[in-house]
Design a protein. Structure first.
Lengths: 288, 400
């Protein structure tokens, strides 16, 4: 029981980290390697507002998310839209997007170093124990899990039932056909990319309540997010959630029952198995 | 070579011939500095390494420059970011030696990056007074690279000091002999865990939990839970900065309330004390300084004034001291000849902010701080191999 709850809590964290990338990669078709940097920016905003004004990181989301939405929308319009326009195939776009966002990630690290310095930052927020079924959990991790449930749930409902959400899913499934039914593909892709950025930055604000971050840690989160998105199936919100939770439970199980040193190996073993036997991911559609 | 001889000649002429006009002809000395500004170790380097480069240059230039045989040389620092990548460290040192023609190069940051750069320093003959490298293979290394010096000590001594502190507490009847030990699965953590295992055992401690976790683990609660389940009297973690913070916070949440609580790198950072405040009281960590000594106090005040940040209570002062050694050796020999300066470092003792440093026949500084403890909001040295100013270690009270 303890393992399952701890695993679910970690899985919630992973879902927060990976959900934004799923929107950007799955829907807008941009493999954003600067995703982790954005997460760190969100974390730093939460840290700064908490230190200066005592603002709760959960309130910071309401500032960070709109700002990140606008910033990502601009990045998409200015830097990524030209790539989409000239790309002849999805593969070509992927290569271009990877190179461009890789560059953006370096710029982002440089800017963060200049603005916040390279020091570690962390703070104590809700670092109090909560007892569930006789075991203890950090209140900050528990609230992060609840936030993940709210964010992922809202995204899922919105994508499934709203008109815009449906349009975004349409461009994810068939960008060429989507145009035929009157969907403004560039606009929807920009929205999906910007929304992904907003989700990632919000996730950063939330995970900063219990993780120690610094300007260069972004790449670690990008990698984790990438693994989860690919495991779950590109472009499927449910897949990302399931993969994140599975990975959380698996890592916790290995850490408690076998050895904490093997968590990474176990995670990558599962990743390799999925790539070998179900390359489209748990919920992905087979590529034609 | 010719230019240098000419310089020396001019310097000698000025010194001998003229009485007036001191410090008129300003010369500059090019000093290279290579360290992480990005990558996994950037967070540590930005606390312990880079501010000292700035402070040292400001101190020396504030005095009018380095006095080399009567001529004052201002210091011009050429900095490179090695991205915490050994390949980049090597490239940067090569570039400094061949293209920038640096007169001297400051040692890189961290054990791994220093070891990576050692052959290049040796190849070009630069004296390399390392300040952030811990190793138990100092004899072999100094034989291979005779220009390489060690100041921060080795894993063996740190493990031994930790065991001695715990033994004293056990013999007092304050703690039992159950130890839970964890380590980060990276060079530093593995080396210390391997050094500690036999030492703890020989001291009569029982390792009731012994495990490692990968670098960058996001959730340390399984580790802390398992350690707590083993019901230890002491908790020892050979950890790196992000996990040092994470383990401490988890231990408070899980109520892992041992009277000995030890975390490694970053426990000595001012940010650690700020983060945990009262709760940090009594936490042991690797490192330490003579925090009450005048030398450290004035150094810390200058560090804050010039760089705007506080030094940490371990490597910072050692980094600055290693720069001082280079500075003093250059001034004492009155020469920019690398071999001559290296030779002087080998054969002389140096007064630095950390105290006297005198290298043994293996280029090793044998007196260094091993363990410190947060007491009264300051991380004070509680154990060393021959440094003055250690305070008595105390038992940690329950988490507040």
């Amino acid at each position: 029981m303890d393992i399952i709850i701890t695993g679910l809590l970690l899985g919630g964290t992973y879902a927060l980290i990976a959900m934004g990338l799923n929107l950007q990669y799955g829907m807008a078709r941009i493999m954003n390697l600067a995703n982790g940097e954005l997460l760190v920016v969100g974390g730093f905003a939460a840290f700064w507002l908490f230190k200066v004004g005592g603002v709760s990181p959960y309130l910071t989301i309401f500032i960070v998310a709109p700002l990140a939405f606008v910033a990502n929308w601009l990045i998409y319009k200015i830097m990524l839209r030209p790539l989409v326009k000239r790309a002849k195939s999805r593969g070509k776009l992927e290569v271009d997007a990877i190179l461009t966002t890789f560059g953006i990630s370096f710029v982002a690290v440089g800017l963060m170093l200049a603005v916040f310095g390279g020091d570690y930052f962390n703070y104590s927020y809700l670092a109090t124990p909560v007892h569930i079924f006789g075991a203890t959990y950090g209140a900050n991790r528990l609230s992060a899990f609840l936030a993940a449930v709210v964010i992922c749930g809202a995204l899922y409902l919105w994508l499934t039932f709203s008109r815009t959400g449906m349009a975004i899913r349409a461009i994810s499934v068939a960008p060429d056909s989507a145009r035929l039914v009157g969907i403004d593909v560039p606009k929807m892709a920009a929205i999906a990319f910007a929304l992904g950025g907003a989700v990632t930055a919000s996730g950063g604000s939330i995970v900063s309540t219990f993780l120690t971050l610094d300007a260069s840690t972004g790449v670690m989160f990008t990698l984790k997010a990438l693994v989860i998105v690919i495991m779950g199936g590109v472009g499927d919100v449910r897949g990302t959630i399931v993969a994140a939770l599975l990975l959380g439970i698996l890592e916790t199980f290995v850490a408690r029952v076998i050895d904490p040193g093997l968590t990474l190996s176990a995670a990558y073993l599962v990743f390799i198995l999925i790539l070998l036997f179900r390359p489209q991911g748990l919920f992905g559609r087979a590529q034609s | 070579m010719k230019r240098r001889t000419a310089l020396q000649l001019t310097a000698a002429l000025i010194a001998a011939g003229t009485i007036a006009m001191p410090a008129m002809a300003q010369e500059t000395l090019k000093i290279g500095a290579v360290g992480p500004k990005t990558g996994p170790l950037a967070g540590g380097a930005i606390v312990s390494y880079w501010p000292n480069v700035e402070l040292w240059a400001s101190d020396v230039n504030g005095r009018g420059g380095l006095d080399v045989g009567g001529t004052k040389y201002k210091i011009d620092i050429v900095e490179y970011d090695d991205q915490t990548n050994p390949g980049e460290t090597i490239k940067a040192v090569q570039r400094l030696a061949t293209q920038d023609k640096a007169d001297f190069i400051l040692p890189p940051y961290s054990t791994g990056l220093n070891l990576a750069a050692a052959p290049i320093f040796a190849q070009f003959g630069y004296p390399m007074v390392t300040s952030t490298a811990t190793s138990d293979q100092i004899e072999e290394l100094s034989e291979k690279f005779p220009n390489m010096f060690f100041t921060l000590g080795g894993a063996q001594a740190i493990a031994t000091s930790t065991a001695e502190i715990m033994s004293a507490m056990r013999d007092n009847g304050d703690i039992g002999n159950r130890v839970a030990m964890v380590n980060v699965a990276d060079a530093f953590g593995i080396e210390l865990a391997e050094a500690a295992r036999p030492v703890f055992k020989a001291a009569g401690f029982e390792l009731v939990y012994d495990s490692s976790y990968p670098l960058g683990t996001q959730d340390l609660s399984p580790v802390v839970k398992a350690a707590k389940d083993a019901n230890p009297d002491a908790f020892v973690a050979w950890s790196y900065p992000p996990d040092t913070f994470g383990l401490t916070e988890q231990a408070m949440i899980e109520g892992l309330d041992t009277k000995v609580f030890f975390t490694a790198v970053a426990t000595s950072f001012p940010a650690y004390g700020e983060r945990f405040g009262e709760a940090a009281e009594g936490i042991l960590g690797v490192g330490g300084v003579n925090a009450d000594g005048e030398a450290f106090k004035t150094y810390a005040a200058r560090h804050l004034e010039v760089t705007g940040s506080k030094p940490d209570y371990w490597a910072s002062a050692m980094v600055y001291s290693s720069f001082q050694i280079l500075e003093k050796a250059i001034e004492a020999t009155g020469s920019l000849d690398k071999a001559e300066v290296t030779d002087y470092i080998k054969n002389n003792a140096f007064e630095t902010v950390i105290g006297t440093i005198d290298f043994d026949e293996h280029n090793n500084n044998t007196s260094f701080w091993t363990v410190g403890q947060w007491q009264g909001g300051v991380f004070k040295g509680v154990a060393s191999t021959g440094r003055e100013g250690a305070v008595a270690p105390a038992l940690k009270a329950s988490w507040k």
